[in-house]
Every structure is written in C-alpha cells, then in structure tokens.
Design a protein around this ligand. Structure first.
Ligand SMILES: Nc1ncnc2c1ncn2[C@@H]1O[C@H](COP(=O)(O)OP(=O)(O)O)[C@@H](O)[C@H]1O
Ligand SMILES: [Mg+2]
Length: 384
C-alpha cells in the first residue's frame, strides 16, 4: 500500500508548482508558462498515473488472490503438521543429495506447497527459472514427457550449478504410456535433474517409478493445525467468524486445508457474519438440523409421509441424496442404536451411495433407503 502513496506526492507537487508559479505580469507568458507547466504536469501526471495504476493493479492482484494462494507457505518451516517430512527434505538439501521425490496423500495437505518451498529454498526467489512444473491441466502425453522434459533437462541455466527440478503435479492422471516413458527419462537425466512427483493415489503410479523415488505420505491435517491457520486468516482478513461457524468449518474440511480456506473465503464474501448456517449454505451441505429431521422421520413416520417430507426438503434446499447419505452417516455416529440395526443401516447407506455413484435413479434409491430404515427399526425391536 505504501508504494502508490510514495508516487502520489510528486504529482501533486508538480501541479502545485505550475499553479503556484503562474503569476507573471505578462498574461501571454503566464499563459505559455502555465500551459507548458501544465503540459509537463500532465505528462508527469500521466506517467505517474500509469505507474501507480500498474502498481495498484499489482497490489489488487495480490489482494484478489484466493486465500489458498495468498497464505500458501513460503518456506519449508511454514508447512505445518509434516515436520518429519520437511526436516528430512531439509537434511537432503544440506547434504546436497536430494533424491527423486514422490509425495502422495489426499488433497489440500501441502504437497504442492512443500515442493514449491523446496524450490525456493534451493534456488531463492528466481526459482521459476530452475523448475519445470507440469500439472494435470497441461498436456502430459508421451510426447511431452519425451520432448519437453528432455529439452528442459538438457538446457543449463546460466551461472547455475547443480540440478534442476521437474515437478509433475497430479501425476496419477498421467497415462500408463507416459509414465513408462518417464521411467527412462528419469534414469537418463538423473545427473542434472531431480523429479518431484505429486499425486493423490500412489497406487496409480507405476511401481517402476515408485522404486526410483523416495516416498513421503502426506496424511490429512489434524483439526488443530487447520484451526490455527483459519484463526490466522480470520484475524488478517477481518472475518466475522462465530464459534459454531468455526466448528462447522473444521468439521466440513476433514483435514483438507484448501477446502477450509476456500469455504471460509466464500462465506466471507457472501455473508457479513460467518456462522454455522452460512458455512452449510455456502458448501451446499445439508444443515445437521435438517439431517436430524430426515433421519427421525425415516425412523418413525409413515413411509409416504417421510418420502414427501424428504422430497420437499430436497427441492426446497437443493440437496442431493448423496449429501443426505453423508449427513445421515455422520448423524448415526452420534445416536444410540442396537448393534444389528446399525450394521444393517451402514451396509445400506454404503450400497445406496455406491449405486448412486454409478448412475442409479435418485427416486428409487431414496425409496430403497427408506425401506432400509424401516427394516432397521424392525430389527432393533427384535431381541437377539
Ligand atoms: N501442511 C500445510 N501447511 C500450511 N498450509 C497448508 C498445508 N497444507 C495445505 N495448506 C494450505 O492449503 C493450500 C493448498 O495446499 P497444496 O499444497 O496446494 O495442497 P496439495 O496437497 O493438494 O498439493 C495451500 O495454499 C496452503 O494455504
Ligand atoms: Mg497440489
């Protein structure tokens, strides 16, 4: 913010001068001086204006960044909850013996951040010159692996020694053929390139590549760590987050820091006060009270009553059956149920979710689920 302010004073002083000096006796000279001065002032003004516009734009760009980018850790130390991994990587760097890395784990746990921090640690701020970053949105077919990576690996950055980094983000999306080609590329360029392979599912990476890398697993982040970061962002951005809102946010994020920050930003944009309802509305997740109503109704109401209640709730709140199933699953965790009914229900929740995911008809699956709840209630009354 300080820079545009530095630029502003000269503009006003040029204006001030031209106005202030414009009092000679000769009106013509005065006019000329004035117009000259004005011309200069205008030039200066325009120049300064352009400068400050650009600067303001840059600042705004930073301001306009999604919070996940704005608050992305810059150093390895700032990557929370994976101290064992970051300290091992730090040791590799200090010893000057960085192996190829394979980082895997669920989304939003810091894999990309760790690699970018590693690159910054190795090469300093101009790290972009030393890395080739390819993610799922880039074309990563077999030709790219062969040509682009090879070209990058072969060219040297001026005045630099050591190796360069190739970052393959979301590598589990690469085709098997591309992965096989990669195997050979890794081997031939090990001298001056290190590969950082990032993915969600390690079993989708061919064993041949896995065995050439040092593997690190990024587990879901504990709520405590997410809470700390959320609190930091809340303070810096001036978010009005209530206590129940915070709890809902942490519950919904399920160890995914990206989701926590994205939901927080969306809620902050949409609501003045971010409370529980705001969080559930923003994410499109059903509110626990609605879930409770649905489950209670499925257990105790008539089949038809319950069906129409759920259907109208779905329409009114725009809920999908999948969300209701996920909510019901969480809710069942919190209530007392006889063993046999719980097992029966969990089994049916699982299979209904599966059938929905492969394209099952939502109406039919809802009635099947209702039926399952009815049977579960009957089961609970039987003595075993
Ligand atoms: N371990 C972590 N420490 C600090 N911030 C994190 C961590 N994991 C995720 N984040 C936050 O979430 C965002 C997404 O993390 P990212 O590293 O891109 O996750 P992914 O594991 O999906 O590559 C980051 O910008 C950062 O703000
Ligand atoms: Mg990533």
């Amino acid at each position: 913010m300080s820079e545009p302010m530095d630029i502003d004073p000269p503009t006003s002083s040029v204006n001030g001068n031209s106005n202030g000096n414009s009092k000679p006796s000769n009106a013509m000279t005065a006019l000329m001086a004035n117009s000259k001065g004005k011309g200069k002032a205008n030039e200066g003004e325009i120049e300064n204006k352009i400068l400050s516009d650009i600067e303001i734009k840059a600042l705004n760009d930073k301001e306009g960044l999604p919070w996940v980018e704005k608050y992305r850790p810059n150093t390895l130390d700032e990557v929370v909850s994976h101290q064992d991994i970051t300290s091992t990587i730090e040791k590799f760097i200090e010893a000057g013996r960085l192996p190829h890395l394979l980082l895997y784990g669920p989304p939003g746990t810091g894999k990309t951040s760790t690699v970018l921090a590693l690159a910054r640690r190795l090469y300093g701020p101009p790290y972009k010159k030393h890395i080739l970053e390819l993610n799922a949105s880039d074309d990563r077919g077999i030709d790219v692996v062969r040509e682009q990576i090879k070209n990058f690996a072969m060219t040297k950055v001026l005045f630099s020694k050591g190796f360069k980094l190739v970052i393959l983000d979301e590598a589990d999306m690469m085709t098997q053929a591309a992965q096989s080609a990669l195997r050979r590329v890794i081997e031939t360029h090990t001298k001056n390139v290190r590969f950082c392979i990032l993915c969600n599912y390690v079993n989708k990476i061919t064993p041949a590549i896995q065995s050439r890398c040092t593997r690190f697993r990024f587990s879901p982040l504990p709520q405590k760590e997410i809470q700390r970061k959320v609190d930091e962002v809340v303070e810096k951005e001036g978010v009005n987050l209530t206590e129940d809102g915070r709890e809902a946010l942490l519950k919904l994020s399920r160890g995914d820091m990206r989701r926590a920050l994205n939901v927080l930003q969306a809620c902050h944009a949409a609501y003045d006060t971010v409370d529980e309802t705001a969080v559930y509305n923003c994410t499109g997740n059903p509110h626990p009270k609605d879930i409770e109503r649905v489950v209670q109704s499925m257990m105790s109401d008539e089949f038809g009553t319950s069906y129409s209640l759920i259907t109208s709730l779905k329409v009114e709140k725009g809920l999908a059956l999948q969300d209701l199933i996920a909510g019901a699953y969480d809710f069942l965790d919190t209530v007392e149920l006889p063993k046999q009914s719980r097992i029966y229900l969990l089994d049916h929740l699982g299979s209904t979710e599966h059938r929905l995911s492969v394209g099952g008809n939502e109406k039919m699956q809802l009635t099947a689920l209702l039926g399952a709840f009815k049977v579960a209630v009957e089961l609970s009354q039987k003595k075993i």
